[in-house]
Design a protein around this ligand. Structure first.
Ligand code: GAL
Length: 644
């Protein structure tokens, strides 16, 4: 496969004379792709109904003539100011009932039918005009659904839409009352019109009510995206993509991905480290210029999974951090070499393309402190040379091959919502639980594939890990019943029904395990329960009964790790030490090769190569990974040939 680089560009932000010069420089730098248009609605249609698209025709022509492939955005993330005059109630409303106003971006409510029509209208205009344009080689719908907390809206439009959605889900209102357990606290409804949104209640709303609202809200994102995809499909052959964001969990990315040809995401390793990872200050200091060694890889694997169609998956990095960003609490510069390493890491996980964000830093408006490949004065910023290195390396080196993970990790968006709604312990975060398991596996050199909770076939994997899954989908029950490898389940897996109630059989609600969780407790971070084998369970512990063999106990003698057949169960949340030990033991028991890696070294295998990445600021000695013949510089990487 031909893998390639690109960049995000905003022709509307620069004088037209600059376009050809910029395009020629992009081509000289070895870039293939240029993404444009996603925020340009006001320049496309300055006045309602008055289209001004000639500048865009020319921009596409200039970029295409220069030899670049254009990705065109549908512009719906930034409706113009006049749109609010036309549809005053299209703005989203936050959980406290405040309108989220105009003046930045993503100012719309997914449920608003009027805005959905406008989004479809501009998409159709662009698709009709550019769908067959030879320079348009891909499309991007909207921009980063859910970024800036924009999935949940408590508007009147959302309320009406939710009531209708509930009506078609439950039919007779009594079905809803029964499913939600509304007899509790006299919450029973007589009609769907009586049901409000689950905000502004006196104390916590019914968790089943909230979970359905989260499902409804996720479905609105899917529908919004699907409307654009359907219009584009009729008018273009070019593949359709959307750019997801890091740790945005409010909609089901598997469902959106199913409608796309290419799943892409926006990778800002230093911003993410400062902004959205649960780690201590020493870790933040240590990786401040490199980013967390597992966070990017996790999202590469997650979004690769959302892009899967059968045995194939198409995915890209649509935006790659080039230098300091502007939006995290602290915005350091990357260590020299990281803009190269990040791109190679994406390719090693199977990315087809990596586009840096952005071409030239803008000297104005919100992101004037966000770097690009060029400085505001047009001189190269440090990442340009690294991007050029990657372009040369891509041209010279053999292809990375096909990723061949041996471990599957289940990721369940409904579990994100459910454990957010009723965490039961202040620190219980589903994302954190899954991410810590992912890290534990990667610390032993394992290449992980992420799978959805309705994955029907696990036979390709020697090990399956499934923490915290809300309830077992039928497909997964069957897949687990047929599974010949080792499955590590829990904690908190299968602990609810689809209606957010405790299952009759008690968690983990999987007869073959022979375990009943008799009671659970959440723990303060400073009161861990020690384990016989070392390390501890922190934050969460389950008291289990049953017939499963006990593999390990707490220091107090309670079952901690149990197994029946090929199903293993963890009755708590392992701390860092226990996580490593338990993941290594699981991998060995599953017959996998394990290589204990230092904190800052990670590996990723394809069918032909083993990539070794040094996320550290220090040199790593040769031999730290078998076959690594020379030391690895800080931010360095190596490619080892795998036998066969
Ligand atoms: C992304 C977004 C871009 C830009 C970038 C800055 O979230 O898609 O438009 O804002 O962040 O880091």
């Amino acid at each position: 496969m031909k893998r390639s680089l690109g960049v995000c560009y905003y022709p509307e932000q620069w004088p037209e004379e600059m376009w050809a010069v910029d395009a020629a420089r992009m081509v000289d730098a070895g870039l293939t792709w240029v993404r444009i248009g996603e925020f340009a609605w006001t320049r496309m249609e300055p006045v309602p109904g008055e289209l001004r698209l000639r500048w865009l025709d020319r921009a596409i022509e200039v970029l295409g003539e220069a030899g670049l492939k254009v990705v065109l955005g549908t512009a719906t993330a930034t409706p113009p100011r006049w749109m609010i005059e036309k549809h005053p109630d299209m703005l989203a409303v936050d959980v406290k009932g405040r309108v989220r106003g105009f003046g930045s971006r993503r100012h719309y409510c997914f449920s608003h039918a009027g805005y959905r029509d406008e989004a479809a209208r501009i998409t159709r205009i662009l698709a009709e005009r550019y769908g067959r344009n030879p320079y348009i080689a891909a499309w991007q719908t909207d921009n980063e659904y859910g970024c800036h907390d924009t999935v949940l809206s408590y508007s009147e439009a959302a309320k009406a839409g939710f009531q209708e959605w509930l009506g078609s889900k439950y039919g007779q209102i009594d079905n809803l009352n029964h499913a939600w357990g509304n007899v509790f606290w006299s919450m029973e409804y007589r009609t769907y019109g009586e049901i409000g949104l689950p905000n502004l209640t006196v104390t916590e709303p019914n968790p089943a009510h909230v979970l359905d609202f989260r499902r409804y809200s996720s479905d609105q994102v899917v529908a919004f995206n699907r409307a654009q995809v359907e219009i584009l499909r009729g008018l273009t052959e070019a593949p359709i993509a959307h750019n997801f964001m890091g740790r945005v969990l409010e909609f089901d990315h598997f469902a959106v991905g199913a409608d796309l040809d290419i799943s892409t995401w926006d990778s800002y390793p230093l911003g993410f480290l400062e902004d959205r990872i649960d780690v201590d200050a020493a870790w933040l200091r240590r990786f401040m210029r490199q980013g967390d060694p597992d966070f990017q890889a996790f999202h590469h694997d997650l979004y690769r999974a959302t892009g899967r169609k059968g045995s194939q998956s198409r995915w890209w990095v649509m935006e790659q951090q080039p230098g300091p960003v502007n939006w995290a609490p602290y915005n350091p510069a990357p260590l020299d070499g990281m803009a190269r390493l990040w791109a190679w890491e994406a390719f090693a996980h199977g990315a087809e393309a990596v586009l840096y964000f952005r071409w030239r830093q803008a000297p104005f408006a919100q992101e004037q402190m966000h770097s690009g490949l060029l400085r505001t004065d047009d001189a190269p910023a440090p990442a340009l040379a690294e991007a050029m290195d990657v372009a040369r390396e891509l041209a010279d080196a053999p292809d990375v091959g096909v990723p061949t993970p041996s471990v599957a990790l289940v990721f369940d968006y409904e579990a994100c919502w459910a454990w957010d709604i009723q965490p039961q312990g202040a620190d219980f975060s589903y994302f954190r639980l899954v991410f810590e398991m992912y890290r534990g596996l990667r610390r032993y050199g394992l290449s992980v594939e992420i799978v959805p909770p309705d994955c029907a076939d696990l036979s390709a994997f020697k090990l399956v890990v499934a923490p915290g899954v809300l309830h077992w989908r039928d497909e997964m029950r069957e897949a687990l019943a047929a599974y010949q490898g080792l499955a590590v389940l829990g904690p908190r897996a299968g602990s609810k029904t689809a209606d957010f109630a405790i299952p009759e059989a008690l968690p983990p609600d999987l007869a073959a395990l022979g375990i009943k969780v008799a009671r659970v407790e959440s723990l303060r971070p400073d009161t861990p329960i020690d384990l016989e084998g070392g390390g501890a369970f922190g934050l969460w512990f389950e008291h289990c009964e049953g017939t499963a063999e006990v593999l390990e106990r707490t220091s107090g003698g309670a079952p901690a790790v149990m197994q029946s057949g090929r199903l293993r169960y963890l009755a708590g949340w392992p701390d860092a030490q226990a996580m490593m030990r338990l993941m290594a033991a699981a991998a060995r028991d599953a017959g996998l090769e394990v290589i204990e890696l230092p904190d800052d070294v990670r590996i990723r295998d394809t069918d032909q190569h083993r990539f070794v990445f040094n996320y550290g600021a220090e040199e790593v000695p040769a031999g730290v990974v078998p076959g690594l013949a020379a030391p690895l510089a800080p931010a360095g990487l190596a490619r080892l040939m795998l036998p066969g």
